[in-house]
Design a protein around this ligand. Sequence first.
Ligand SMILES: C[S@@+](CC[C@H](N)C(=O)[O-])C[C@H]1O[C@@H](n2cnc3c(N)ncnc32)[C@H](O)[C@@H]1O
Length: 348
Amino acid sequence: MIDEDREWARRTAAGLPPLASRSVSVLALARRPRPPARGEDTGAGWCPGLALIVIFPAAGSGGTLGAAMPAMGKDVMEPGFAASEIDTSRPHPARMYDAYLGGRDNYPVDREAVREILRLYPETRQVALANRAFLQRAVRFLAAEAGIRQFLDIGTGIPSAGNVHEVAGQVAPDARVVYVDNDPIVHVHASALLTGTASTGIVLADLRDPGAILAHPGLRAMIDLSRPVALLLLAILHFVTEEEDPAQIVATLLDALPAGSYLALSHATADFHPPGAAAQATAVYKNATAPFVPRPFKQVAAFLDGLELVEPGLVQAPLWRPDGKRPRPRDLEKIGIYAGLGRKAPGR
Ligand SMILES: C[S@@+](CC[C@H](N)C(=O)[O-])C[C@H]1O[C@@H](n2cnc3c(N)ncnc32)[C@H](O)[C@@H]1O
């Protein structure tokens, strides 16, 4: 079992930042109609409804009731969902990722799945950390070198160290960030921890309905789609099946953005494992709320088709413009995640 307190102590001893807030010991959830099932048309993504804040035990082992959420932005007062709709019977990718990163916003069912994945692939925690580090380097590049001031981060995850608005804000305090995720828990945590400023917003919506994301008033209020946007699809497309047409989803989003916009992408792969090894991981995720679909290099690269690749192109995440020393080959073994950045040129 993942001992959260031990993990927190380990992180502290190692000088690592806490990766998820312990302060959110209560989830404040606003009433919302049932979240869309996979494949269900989400319409406009968010239905207006009556806000109802309820107190809910924390996901972490403490499970204590605490004070109501400290920094509820307006979003959490907008349409929400019932506490009973937090599904603790199946692993959620966001909560599993939180567990990989040493956070404590996860439930026994998530930790059980993570234990199984770590038993099969002990390197998974390194993969998650490598992805998170790529996110930070990519956002820094986009803000500092590409001059991007608008970020659309779809598949935000439970807030962790070095969130997009924090990294972008260090370079460009005027940067605007809209976070999008389809997991109610992410929405609650993000509302508490990420928003509260005029330049950061959170939208509960599904990547598989890109039209709803683009039309969402929460996005439109923050992002000017006539000016360059960095679209972040980090560790999310591997939760979209071929039948759900991820290429078309990416194309729809990119079509809505002007030239000079960027796509930052990271995507799990089984290319660094023996043939057949991925089957066990996909089996674990079969019980989760989203399937796991690692893809080979060629299929991941296709998502960046038509974009000008930023050097060094699509590579294993630690190899994308590493800070400091270039990783050694042995640091890259089994690090099954590709990462890359592409720029939309005029006429694409
Ligand atoms: C592995 S986490 C990645 C978090 C963050 N992007 C990062 O790279 O550190 C994947 C996130 O994508 C979200 N997600 C998965 N499928 C989604 C979908 N169809 N629409 C919106 N969000 C989704 C999950 O809820 C989770 O928060």
